[in-house]
Design a binder for this molecule. Structure first.
Ligand code: ADP
Ligand code: MG
Length: 581
């Protein structure tokens, strides 16, 4: 297959950063880069609510393309199809905050929920009132009785637009939150795809649609559709989309905002042909279309396909939907020439400079920190070796980014650990710094969970105490407890926990009779077996859930990578691992 392809990049690992750099250069009149994303080029007026949106990249104009007057104040920018890190969300929110509080809004994906959720906690602790409104417009991703499980797709645009307009009108944080929730409650989308999309640097699309067929109900991360149907004509497609979306209409007739959205490689002319028959069908059903948008608003790299979004308006939502906006990718009407708006000063890049100092540590703890650092190095090596296998597992029912995320996270983790170790850190500090760096670099669900696990394990070990096998066993348990608490998954949900819990149980039992290396090895066998055993499970949480049936038969990528990581650590503990540097 050579059809689906992202062709223009340098080092694929730099794609997001380089795309963002070009975007910011081009639109310097409207936006400015800050660590973790972009904000408007003008200061947020004192007291105005800051609407901060975000998610992974690969969706342009979403999300950085709609930062500007009347729309978002800032966008947190993650890697391709990967949640931004907690630290990114905090950084953008602080840059955007004008004292009126922050509304986070983003599509309902586990990684984003965890990272923005942690960011919200920390911002509140620092006195910045922060709220979150998840977008759940995709009617294909869960039933009507489980709307809270639905993911956000092109309806993101509607909710962000309406929240941004409300903030611009001077609504307070309660008010902006209220209309964002109302907009989400009244927005429905269904999408279809004709061909998959390809992550830069990969030569296979994340999924394929057989010739002459159409995938219905796909997500915007290349998650395959929930049904496959024959490729329709443009008019048949219009009928298919309109009837599905109207089947969920909260009202009979009325005024609606509409988006016919191209997903990346569907031409505007094709969309116009479909639109020609969407509008009359809505009119026939008693709906009057207000300020429709036809074009690319929320894309999925080079995916071929489109989606139809309808927002069922009331008077307030209509006013906000039609309010003016001036952003790099979207303009409506003209926003008041903001002559009084203060341009931001170029951010002093030094502000993020690291403080290399480390807390005092005992020699015993420093020695363990050395082993921990080598163990992280072994994990990083293992992830690099298995990157494409993990990507493949994750592309069956997930979004294909697990290999990349684990490589990025583990490599950043080992670098941070080495720096801390060289500065004389003990094991707690080494693990905490590795965890922060892992979460910040990997993004995604697994990144934030691994980051939290390493930090929690470190907290259990401390920087002073002597560390014996029992402490290692407890540190492992503490790390796993952190994953459970943050991810809210249970064993059997088909996540990394399904390998972690058997690992911890076996380690606890075996360490009572065996040396740590032998116990670790037995526990790794248990983890790997359990990871393979997840193939039979059907996911109940995370990105793979909407595609549960496709996932059966394939093991959970996060469980498999955990097994690989523990195998690598075991080799360090038992002295089998050769330093490859
Ligand atoms: P994303 O799901 O954001 O794309 P990754 O692809 O890197 O992130 O990681 C996917 C893995 O994360 C899954 O295979 C699963 O093991 C794990 N995971 C997802 N959600 C949870 C959760 N709530 N708790 C624990 N692990 C989870
Ligand atoms: Mg993934």
């Amino acid at each position: 297959m050579s059809a689906a392809m992202t062709r223009l990049f340098n080092d694929p690992a730099d794609f997001t950063e380089e795309a963002l750099a070009g975007f910011v250069q081009l639109h310097a009149d409207l936006v400015q880069a800050v660590p973790g994303g972009v904000v408007r080029a003008t200061e947020t007026p004192p007291g105005k609510v800051a609407v901060v949106i975000g998610g992974g990249s690969g969706h342009y104009p979403a999300f950085c393309g709609v930062v500007g007057d009347g729309f978002a104040d800032g966008a947190v920018v993650g890697n391709i199809f990967t949640s931004p890190a907690t630290s990114d969300a905090i950084s953008v929110a602080k840059a955007a905050d004008g004292g009126g509080g922050v509304l986070f809004s983003f599509g309902n994906y586990a990684g984003d929920v965890m990272n923005f959720g942690l960011a919200q906690q920390r911002l509140r602790a620092e006195g910045i009132d922060t709220r979150t409104v998840l977008v759940t417009d995709d009617i294909a991703s869960a039933g009507r009785d489980e709307v809270h499980k639905r993911r956000g797709i092109a309806g993101d645009f509607v909710v962000f637009k309406i929240a941004g307009a409300a903030a611009e009108e001077g609504y307070d944080l309660d008010g902006v939150e209220r209309v964002a929730i109302a907009a989400n409650d009244r927005t429905r989308t269904l999408g279809v795809a004709f061909a998959g999309c390809t992550i830069p640097g990969q030569d296979e699309p994340l999924f394929q649609v057989p010739a002459g067929r159409m995938a219905v109900g796909l997500g915007i991360h290349g998650e395959p559709g929930i049904a496959e149907e024959p490729q329709p004509t443009a008019d048949e497609l219009a009928e298919r989309l309109v009837s599905a979306v109207l089947a969920e209409a909260p009202q009979d007739g009325g005024r609606v905002g509409v988006i016919l959205n191209g997903l990346g490689t569907t031409k505007y002319e094709e969309l116009f042909v479909v639109w020609r028959s969407v509008a009359p069908r809505l009119a026939d059903a008693g709906f009057e279309v207000v300020a429709p948008e036809v074009g690319e608003l929320v894309t999925s790299l080079d995916m071929a396909g489109c989606s139809l979004t309808v927002v069922f308006l009331d008077e307030e939502l209509e006013r906000l939907w039609t309010a003016p906006a001036t952003t790099p990718a979207f303009r409506r009407g003209s926003t008041a020439a903001s002559g009084s708006a203060q341009r931001r000063r170029p951010e002093d890049a030094a502000s993020a400079a690291d403080d290399d100092g480390v807390p005092d540590a005992s020699d015993a703890s420093k020695a363990v920190a050395g082993t921990v650092t080598r163990a992280l190095g072994a994990i990083a090596e293992a992830m690099r070796e298995h990157e494409s296998e993990l990507a493949r597992l994750d592309s069956v029912a997930g979004d294909g980014d697990h290999g990349r995320g684990m490589v990025r996270g583990s490599h950043a983790g080992v670098e941070a650990a080495e720096a801390a170790r060289d500065a004389g850190a003990g094991s707690a500090t080494v693990l905490r710094r590795a965890g922060d760096a892992w979460g910040a670099s990997a993004g995604g669900t697994s990144g934030v969970l691994w980051g939290a696990a390493l930090a929690a394990a470190g907290d259990r070990l401390g920087d002073e105490a002597e560390i014996g096998s029992a402490d290692v066993v407890e540190a492992v348990a503490a790390g796993i407890a952190a994953v459970r608490e943050l991810g809210k998954a249970e064993p059997g949900d088909k996540t990394m926990l399904d390998a972690m819990v058997p690992f911890a149980d076996a380690l606890t039992a075996e360490a009572e009779q065996k040396s740590l290396p032998d116990a670790w090895s037995a526990a790794t066998d248990a983890a790997e077996q359990a990871a393979q055993g997840t193939a039979e499970l059907s996911p109940r949480i995370g990105r793979a859930r909407p595609l549960a049936h496709k996932s059966v038969g394939t093991p959970d990528p996060g469980a498999v990578s955990f097994g690989l990581a523990m195998r690598a650590v075991g080799q360090v503990i038992s002295g089998e691992h050769e330093e490859s540097a």
